[in-house]
Design a binder for this molecule. Structure first.
Ligand code: PRE
Length: 304
């Protein structure tokens, strides 16, 4: 039985993702912020943490990226992909809506709906979608943009549902734990994540991308976040197809390690969408194994 901290309070999308990722008998508990969810694992108060990492409309979740690049390393061991449909919750009997709150990622995904349906309403950021529901319950906000399940947790009513501006929006969530246990087995449909700090000079990022491209590795995400030191210094977050157990991926990670003054492995785990890795000609694992065996034989004087 594992204890899983999730970005709460109850009724967030992240809670739904954590339930999808939890095993039978696992115990889930909410914490107020993404930082606190990561801290709970680092301190050993939780075995793992479930947090959002990217949304198909609004892009990366900065608190998760920054939280993974700093402090003690954490490793993603599983992911979940959820369709994101929003509801608007109000206190029963509400007639005037002057303030609408939610997580900034959620507000950004319902901008048009609010402009058309609640013109003049002020939008206010909450720590999460469900935290906005708590504020509505407390009378601090008039309406909250939440996951549809939030209405089951708070004594509010649904003003509208399906208010997202983009129909098939999805958010990807990670299950993270401390290093020290075996990694998930490769499945052929895996994702590997790393964060690397490249030198601030011409071509540094292009060289890292060339290391991946030259090994036929397909990127699934690239984000940059300020390294928080000198202006212009960035950390690059790479997600790509494949698993560190594969020779071609191990070879690419070794190259990134050679080229970067800071590189951190963030995990290799099965993809939630089950999409299998595309392998370019001459970049199959057998090609890497065969080439390494040839070099070894030449070194030993057995081949030329
Ligand atoms: O606040 C929540 O319900 C969350 O789970 C966070 C979050 C996010 O950070 O992207 C998750 C999915 C939606 O895109 C909006 C908010």
């Amino acid at each position: 039985m594992a204890r899983i901290a999730y970005f709460g309070p109850e009724g967030t999308f992240t809670e739904q993702a954590a339930r999808a990722l939890a095993g039978p008998g696992d115990e889930l508990f909410p914490v107020e912020t993404i930082r606190l969810a990561l801290a709970a694992v680092r301190r050993g108060e939780a075995d793992s943490a479930c947090v959002p990492v990217e949304n198909s409309v609004e892009g990366p979740v900065p608190a998760t990226l920054d939280g993974l690049a700093e402090q003690e390393p954490l490793i993603a061991v599983a992911e979940s992909l959820l369709p994101v449909h929003f509801s608007v919750l109000v206190r029963p009997g509400t007639t005037r809506i002057e303030t609408v709150g939610s997580h900034p990622h959620a507000l950004a995904q319902v901008r048009q709906w609010i402009e058309v349906n609640l013109p003049g309403a002020r939008t206010l950021a909450s720590s999460s979608t469900a935290a906005a529901a708590v504020s509505v319950q407390a009378g601090e906000l008039d309406a909250a943009v939440t996951a549809p399940v939030a209405v089951q947790h708070y004594p509010l009513e649904v003003l509208a549902t399906g208010v997202n501006d983009v129909d098939d929006a999805r958010t990807r969530f990670l299950l993270l734990r401390r290093p020290g246990l075996p990694l998930p087995e490769p499945t052929g449909a895996d994702r590997t994540s790393v964060v690397a700090a490249a030198a601030n000079r011409t071509g540094a990022l292009a060289e890292l991308l060339a290391e991946l491209a030259g090994r036929g590795i397909n990127l699934t995400r690239l984000d940059a976040r300020p390294a928080r030191g000198n202006f212009g210094e960035y950390r690059f977050f790479f997600d790509f197809e494949g698993h560190i157990a594969e020779p071609r991926i191990g070879d690419a990670l070794a190259a990134l390690r050679r080229r970067c003054h800071e590189v951190r492995f963030l995990g290799s785990h099965p993809r939630a969408d089950g999409v299998r890795a595309t392998v370019a000609p001459s970049a199959a694992n057998e090609d890497f194994v065969d080439a390494a065996a040839w070099v070894e034989a030449v070194r030993n004087g057995d081949l030329a």
